[in-house]
Design a protein around this ligand. Sequence first.
Ligand code: DGL
Length: 258
Amino acid sequence: MRKPIGIFDSGIGGTSIWREIRQLLPHEDMVYLADSKNAPYGTKPKSEIKQMCFANTDFLLRLDCKIIVVACNTATTNAIDALRQTYQVPFVGIEPAIKPAALQTQTKRVGVLATQGTLSSSLFNTTSKKFTQGIQVVEQVGKGLVELIEAGKHDSPEIRALLKRYLEPMLVENIDHLVLGCTHYPYLIPVLEELLPNHIKIIDSGEAVARQTQAILEKTDSLSPQENEGADVFFTTGSKTSLERWVGAGSEIRTITL
Ligand code: DGL
């Protein structure tokens, strides 16, 4: 089906998912929406997060998207049920990859770094309880991280200081897996690798989301028939500069108001 895949996030974080999908599905056209004006979502009440997710979805559907990838853990854990109940189009969401971490841990202790909105959601808490019997989950709100990443300060003294503070309780508890529960955080991996001992495995769900997108498109017979490379168009409600940093200066980026 020659319609684009729609992807949205509260900002530039979901470009980490866009990249995974682009790699797996090179012939698909994609539309990415960064709602950077409203970032961060993670400190907002559920009702507001839902409203913003509806506005994002309406925008992507006006562009005739055949599937919507909610490339934001906070949006998924607070709004995906409401989205699925409201719209006909299929949705793919992203949640912290607590299950693989729980299955692989040797120390029986895993860390989860995510937003307040994700960690307090009932979806996250239900999933976490289901898969972590006998395992201690050290949860940490990444307060301030999304704002710094949006501002291009993903490798700054400020972010290093915050990360050191947030990782400390996890190291004290002897975690051996760190789950990145926010799509902005893969951009912190180089710094995290410097700060964490080598034996701690960092887990994020980007690749799984791309595979799930592919599976749904296959199942619904909606893969793009084109043999050329797919096109990308990026929209932002905020600054073009922060998107450019992660998708390349030559990309088609348009500023919009929702
Ligand atoms: N990328 C979003 C997520 O995965 C960031 C949330 C926020 O804007 O606070 O949760």
